[in-house]
Design a protein around this ligand. Structure first.
Ligand code: AMP
Ligand code: MG
Length: 507
């Protein structure tokens, strides 16, 4: 079937495949194999994700798996396919899209395994079906970094590369990310069948998602016993939680089109993403986003907008506009409460109930008004003085631990304003909450995030065939709260050249 046919022994892994998406039928996909890449090599590997799949770690050293994940050899038990979906891109209906460069191999151990950059599919449109090395390394590292930060995300098993040329703005080389999630179903899958009036398929898809991922919807009476509306509400809640995490950690996704929104509320399709360096609420990380639709501070509203698009698609099944709106209206409170709790965690406003920490006070009453003012106050100062976001939080955590606030003060121009804020922070911590948990703050505010320049350094070395930077950066980002004193420089301010890095949709 492929140009290269090597023995299959190792590709007959001990993985047990059960391809439930494939059983939905060909209205949902086109069966096809990935296209071969010549003479592939390993670029990055995650043993942790191998464990998750229950894949023998030794397989990550095997040539058979390298060939298989680069499209040169089939894996027994898989039923490869490219799925069809549609979506709204930059606020406009884009019509049919689909897996233009991804192939779903199948599911194992409850996880779908997908190859991204694996060649042409019927949904490639004008594209070449490929992904380049730099964007594949970024997706690989960021998936694992987000997971380690406790943010819902797809995972990545590995990146394989090849010298095969791929043309973007200039010639680059091809790579494949093997990524993993319970499902890669997007809002756009629902939009596809709804917009094309394929009601039986829409029903099949919704029932599949409910049965597999949200079975409690069937017994939910909250929306007049309407399981499809309960489904919508679950997706609303999970999406709100995901975006609250993004806002708290300072993550900008960059392309929140509805075809990039997971039905499971996972961060997926890493493209021109960025972790904030300075706190700039209007930051636009995607150079293709001329209007700033996906600017950092707009992400919650955009998520809500995207959920409206999903709701619109589900309406023929829900058949009740009032209930649909009720489900949609849960976005703001869930987002608000989650964001509040996460920010309280960052501030160390965490009560301790016996041995177990519990987040902040419940979001009600007078104390909450004061805490909200505290959160808004510091965000305003961070923006005004263009303070580095991760460094501020880490220094604040240390200040709580050792009482030395000078390193925090050093970050600000408007010291009197900062001092006033520190005073109210201290008062609120002392009077309302028992025992600030500096220790917890150090486990909440990461020392290491995947800043653009860190990824860029690993990519530049990888282009010279040195993949050690990918491996060592992965190890760092897997434990982002640990000190790693030898890597202090990677927790420091970005170099001047970092602001020149331009990341666009081109990947
Ligand atoms: P993205 O912006 O990466 O989420 O992609 C949007 C759509 O374009 C999806 O349907 C992708 O599969 C498709 N696409 C992106 N890049 C390529 C490519 N190089 N070749 C084929 N399809 C692509
Ligand atoms: Mg996409």
């Amino acid at each position: 079937m492929n140009a290269r046919q090597s023995p299959l022994e190792l590709v007959k892994t001990d993985l047990v495949w059960d391809n439930s998406f494939h059983r939905l039928g060909t209205a949902f996909f086109t069966p096809l194999a990935p296209q071969p890449l010549s003479d592939p090599y390993w670029v990055g590997k995650s043993p942790a994700v191998a464990d998750l799949l229950r894949l023998d770690r030794a397989c990550l050293d095997s040539d058979a798996l390298l060939q298989a994940l680069s499209g040169n050899q089939p894996i027994s038990g898989t039923q490869p396919l490219a799925s069809v979906y549609s979506g709204h891109q930059f606020g406009q209906w884009a019509g049919q899209l689909g897996d233009g460069r991804a192939i779903l191999l199948g599911e194992t151990n409850g996880l779908e395994v997908q190859l991204k950059g694996s060649g042409l599919t019927p949904y490639s449109r004008m594209g070449d079906g490929r992904a380049v090395l730099r964007s594949s390394i970024r997706e690989f590292l960021c998936s694992e970094a987000m997971h380690a930060l406790g943010i819902p995300t797809s995972r990545a098993l590995c990146v394989t590369g090849s010298d095969d040329e791929v043309w973007r703005e200039s010639p680059e080389t091809a790579a494949v990310v093997t990524r993993v999630a319970p499902s890669f179903i997007r809002f756009g899958h629902f939009e596809h069948f709804s917009a094309s009036n394929q009601m039986p398929a829409l029903t099949t898809l919704a029932d599949y998602v409910i049965d597999r991922f949200y079975p409690d919807c069937r017994a939910d009476t909250a929306f007049g016993g309407n399981a499809y509306c309960a489904l919508l509400q679950r997706v609303v809640a999970r999406t709100a939680v995901m975006v609250a995490h993004w806002q708290a950690v300072g993550f900008c996704h960059g392309v929140m089109n509805t075809d990039n929104m997971s039905i499971l509320g996972l961060t997926i399709d890493y493209g021109p993403f960025q972790f904030l360096d300075v706190y700039d609420p209007g930051h636009i990380c995607n150079h293709s986003d001329r209007q700033g639709r996906y600017a950092f501070e707009r992400q919650p509203d955009i998520a809500h907008w995207n959920l409206f698009a999903l709701a619109q698609a589900l309406l023929p099944l829900i058949k009740d506009q009032a209930q649909t709106l009720r489900a949609l209206n849960t976005f703001k409170p869930v987002f608000g409460d989650t964001y509040y709790q996460l920010m309280c965690g960052k501030l160390g406003l965490t009560g301790v109930d016996g041995e177990r920490p519990h987040p902040c006070p419940p979001p009600e009453g007078e104390a909450v008004t004061a805490v909200r003012a505290l959160i808004n106050g510091i965000l305003k100062l961070l923006a005004q003085d263009r303070v580095d976001y991760p460094i501020f939080w880490r220094r604040l955590s240390h200040a709580r631990a050792d009482g030395n606030t000078e390193p925090v003060r050093d970050l600000f121009l408007d010291r009197p304003a900062l001092d006033a804020w520190m005073l109210s922070y201290k008062e609120l911590s002392a009077h309302v909450y028992q025992g600030l948990q500096a220790n917890l703050m150090l486990k909440t505010n990461p020392k290491y995030v995947l800043r653009n320049h860190l990824g860029e350094n690993a990519i530049r070395a990888a282009k010279q065939r040195d993949y050690s930077g990918v491996t060592s950066l992965l190890a760092l980002l897997e434990t982002p709260f640990a000190e790693h004193p030898a890597r202090d420089a990677d927790a420091g301010f970005p170099p001047d050249w970092a602001s020149q890095i331009e990341i666009s949709c081109s990947s």
